[in-house]
Design a protein around this ligand. Sequence first.
Ligand SMILES: [Ca+2]
Length: 98
Amino acid sequence: MEDAIQTMVKVYLKSSKGKESLGKKEFQNLVKSQLGNILTGSDSKEAINNMAAGLDENQDGKVAFPEYMTLIGYLATSLSEQRCMTKDDFLNTTQALK
Ligand SMILES: [Ca+2]
C-alpha cells in the first residue's frame, strides 16, 4: 500500500519533471507508459486529450496533482466494481448449483 502511494507520486513527479502540473504531452506520456493496460483508449491521442480536459477542473489546460488523483480514484473505483461483479457472479453460480 505504501509502495503504491509512493509510486503514484513518483510517476507524477517524473512525468511533470518536478513541475506542479502536467502539460498535454506530459499527461499523454504518463497515460501511455503507465496506464496502457488499465485504460481503454489509451492509444488514442484524442481520447487522452479528452480525458485531460475532463480532469482539468480549473481549466488551465494542465493536469495538476489533485486532478490526476481524480483519475486514479476513478480507476480504483472501476477496478473494485469489477471485482464486486466477479464476486456476485460467483455467488450466483454457487446458488444455481444448489
Ligand atoms: Ca488544471
